[in-house]
Write a protein that binds this ligand. Sequence first.
Ligand code: AHR
Length: 501
Amino acid sequence: MKATATAHRDFTISKIDERIYGAFLEHLGRAIYSGIYEPDHPTADSDGMRGDVIDLVKDLDIPIVRYPGGNFVSAYNWEDGIGPKQERPVRLDLAWHTSESNEVGIHEFANWCKSVGTEMMLAVNLGSRGLDAARNFVEYVNHPGGSYWSDLRRENGQEEPWNVKLWCLGNEMDGPWQIGHKDAAEYGKLAAETAKAIRAFDSSLELVVCGSSHSGMPTYPDWEATVLEHTYDVVDYISLHMYFANHEKNTGSYLALAHKLDTYIDTVAGVIQFVKAKRRSQKDVYISFDEWNVWYHSNQQDREILDGGNGWPHAPALLEDIYNFEDVLQVGLIINTFIRRSNVVKIACIAQLVNVIAPIMTERGGPAWRQTIYYPYYFASRFGRGKALDLAVTCPTYDSDQYSGIAYADVAAVHTEDGGVTIFVVSRHPDEAIELEVDMIGFDDLRVVDHQIMASPDLQAVNTRDRQDAVAPKPGNGATLSDGRLSVALPPYSYQMIRMG
Ligand code: AHR
């Protein structure tokens, strides 16, 4: 089977905003406690943050991390996480039916972000609270001093403001499960007034308003239209979330879900244009896809924990999906979609980062390791920065249960900042190899400088504490570039990165 593509150096989709390689950390399960924070761990730093996790996160070179939730933020009092640790209250977390010790708050998280080399993307609580708590939080975080909240931050040990640029106006407010859920008009008005107050403090801040929790929501896409009609002039991004599952154990259908993602982005981009036109606006609003990942492996276990009458445990093992090789392909497909949609998707956060539906797993008191999905995220974040190329692809297709015309080879290409080209390619073919040829037009003197491949005869293969490298990339061979044509074989069900420079 053959597939062809043409890449022309002048045919670009957009400059990729590096924040599409962002991540998300919520006070949920073991993401924070025994994930990034474990004071008794042998690798812990003076703040109690695990050094082994810091190293794995650093390698990913993540530009932004969204915090502190998620559903958690909608009943969170940010003030509970400041001041001396021994005086911080234990609270009941209504989103996940757990206890929150508040040992980690904004100071500890900010220090951790510095250690891993990332920026904060903070969410305010528009569920149980509102404008007032939000504006105080922004003042605490960003004002240099001389006011009540900024001086309190200084008393608490942080002299300089953190200058956080990116703020989320609540989380998934369309969801009936959300504490303080609102209808679109109610939320739109509250978000607009909160945005106005935050902008009165600093008009240069970037604000994200809540879009739909997923494209199956009954209010989608009216929600986006109504919310944007209230907020268009005062926000910069609208958030979307999507999780991927293979409950039916149907790989062909599972790997076609990126088509649903693509349509979701396309639809919301259209709604943005609709509201822009309706308001006769000159400004643009973009998409912040600030929660995405595979999430289903742990559903049964979570039901047992959440429904099991366990009371209010602290940091139980919630949402601990163990990812397999099939999920490597899915994550590769999702990221390829974001690259191709980089003209409208400017922020995206893998949800989440540690232990909770995450590329990194830890054992309390023990090691930290990479899950299978760590790798496609790693390769894209490290080598997928630059301009997305608008490829012309010809490839045989298949029909899934839900969608027709799904290409067996999914290709995305980035003209990198150093003048090279990186190609990310996923083969959805179950049993045939595909010969892919890419005509590289207008690029001088390229050669293949790195080729990484992930393929496995076992779609269910996973990495565990004791077999941490069972699923890992291997150097590829046989990718050739001659006379401006790249030739590479795609084994069945495979992920590859080919870097030319
Ligand atoms: O990431 C897990 C949860 O998924 C988040 O708390 C929520 O925003 C979404 O429903």
